[in-house]
Structure formats: structure tokens, C-alpha cells
Design a protein around this ligand. Structure first.
Ligand SMILES: Nc1ncnc2c1ncn2[C@@H]1O[C@H](COP(=O)(O)OP(=O)(O)OP(=O)(O)O)[C@@H](O)[C@H]1O
Length: 252
């Protein structure tokens, strides 16, 4: 087992409402509890509120009503709490270019732990382990902008793993990956001993990686069940604009 994560803590979202400054109500009373070590897929149509919910998990957004806690720590907007929450919750955004901005892969991966105060051998070990976990060690001295999209996605995952997060949140990790890169990323994610929350439109990916799935629609959780149960419910999927690829049958 790779040594990049020490503990996994649970996520507790209670009664979260959120309205954007223009008044648009994006979340309308979301409850979601993820026990330690579980892997949960967050499904739902465009505009359902998935990214808005993710942005609450490390305090980028603050609920209008309700609360979010991470391993028992309630997310509040004060600096000390936010620093600890962001250490515990690592978010891999959909576009890796949002997370890569330094001249080399190794510098990008070192950036977060260096900000936590790590230096020298300890920092080097973090970088080596995170790059090894995503199979990108040999690319450490390359410029991120010269890598393929799938390689940049892996490096973005490494930048988050290097922080030793307890909860890993991924926003559409399989999008724009070729079939081999998609499968390899699934193998990497399956091997990580973290609590995992994955936003995805890729229902087979949810089935492959997550024992449980929730559907968010119109700012509300409308289903929460084992992934195979949920994906076998054709009327439920149709009601929430979710479609299985042709020929895919969920395995119990
Ligand atoms: N900055 C903003 N200001 C106002 N409304 C916003 C803002 N960002 C998102 N919204 C609205 O909030 C709702 C939820 O958006 P969100 O991006 O969370 O959906 P999503 O489920 O992630 O969608 P997708 O699958 O398309 O990524 C949408 O109706 C969207 O138009």
C-alpha cells in the first residue's frame, strides 16, 4: 500500500441550503453522510448542484443554512479552520490546468506540502510517493503543459495526494480520458485508502469504483442506494436524465 494517506474521516453534510449572490438557489436542504473509507458517487444532470456541493466541502462556499463537517470538524470560514479543512479534503477539479501552474511536475506536486511547511527529505518523499501513486514518477522534471491531458489529470491527482488528504473529492475524473487512461485511473483510485466522493456522468465508472451512489437533482438528494440497485432502476434514471451506455448492465 502506498504511504500517502494516513487516516480516512467521514463527511457530514446536514440540511445545506445555498443561494448564489444573484439569488439563484442551487442547494435546497442537502443531507449526506459518508462513513470513513467509503467510496460514493455523486450523480445528477447538468445544473443539479453537484459542483456547488463540492465547493462546500472545503469551504470555498459557505452554506446559507445548514452545516458541513469533516471528521467532526465543522467547516467555518475562519482561517485556521479553513487551513485544516483543506488539509483534510483534497479536491481534484475537472480541468487539471486549474491545478497545475509551475514549471515542472515535481514543483507542482511539492507546492501544497511546501505550503504546509514541509521541507527537505520529508517534502521530497511526499512528492516521490504521490507521483509513484499515479505512475508519473518518470515525468517529474517535465513541464506540465507538455503532458497529455490524461497525464495532466494524473499529476493533478498527485498534487492532491501529496497533501495526505483524508477525503478525496473528484469532479468528473474520467472525462476526456481514453479507455486505457480511464481504466488506469480507476485502478489508481481503487487502491487509495481514502474516503472518496466522485462526481460523475460516467455511470459505469460509478459502478466500477463506488459501492454507493447518490443522485442530486434540482439541489436535492433524490436517491441514495447501492450503486447496482440505483443503476438498475430505469424509471429513476430516466426521471433524472441519467443514461446508461448502450449494452451496459449493472452487476449486483
Ligand atoms: N456563480 C454562479 N452564480 C449563479 N448561479 C450559479 C453559479 N454557478 C452555478 N450556478 C447555478 O447553480 C446551479 C447548480 O450548478 P452546478 O454547477 O453546481 O451544477 P452541476 O450539477 O455541477 O452541473 P454540471 O453537471 O453541468 O457540471 C445551476 O443552475 C447553475 O446555473
Amino acid at each position: 500500500m502506498i504511504g500517502v494517506v494516513q487516516t480516512a474521516v467521514s463527511l457530514d453534510v446536514r440540511g445545506v441550503h445555498f443561494a448564489y449572490p444573484d439569488g439563484h438557489v442551487a442547494l435546497q436542504g442537502v443531507d449526506l453522510n459518508v462513513p470513513r473509507g467509503d467510496r460514493v458517487a455523486l450523480l445528477g444532470p447538468n445544473g443539479a448542484g453537484k459542483t456547488t456541493l463540492v465547493l462546500h466541502l472545503n469551504g470555498i462556499l459557505t452554506p446559507t443554512e445548514g452545516s458541513v463537517s469533516v471528521g467532526g470538524l465543522t467547516v467555518t470560514p475562519d482561517r485556521a479552520t479553513l487551513a485544516e479543512v483543506r488539509r483534510r479534503v483534497g479536491i481534484v477539479f475537472q480541468d487539471p490546468d486549474d491545478q497545475l501552474f509551475l514549471p515542472t511536475v515535481a514543483e507542482d506536486v511539492a507546492f501544497g506540502p511546501a505550503n504546509l511547511g514541509l521541507r527537505g527529505a520529508e517534502l521530497a518523499t511526499r512528492v516521490d510517493e504521490a507521483l509513484a501513486a499515479v505512475g508519473m514518477g518518470e515525468h517529474r522534471d517535465r513541464a506540465p503543459q507538455h503532458l497529455s491531458f490524461g497525464q495532466r489529470r494524473r499529476v493533478a491527482v498527485a498534487t492532491v495526494l501529496a497533501m495526505h488528504p483524508e477525503i478525496l473529492v473528484l469532479d468528473e475524473p474520467s472525462s476526456n480520458l481514453d479507455p486505457a487512461a480511464r481504466r488506469e485511473l480507476a485502478e489508481i483510485l481503487r487502491g487509495l485508502p481514502v474516503t472518496l466522493l466522485m462526481v460523475t456522468h460516467d455511470l459505469p465508472y460509478a459502478a466500477e469504483l463506488c459501492e454507493r451512489s447518490v443522485i442530486l437533482d434540482n439541489g436535492r438528494i433524490v436517491a441514495d442506494a447501492p450503486t447496482s440497485t440505483l443503476l438498475s432502476d430505469a424509471p429513476l434514471l430516466a426521471r433524472h436524465r441519467l443514461e446508461l451506455p448502450y449494452g451496459f448492465t449493472p452487476q449486483p
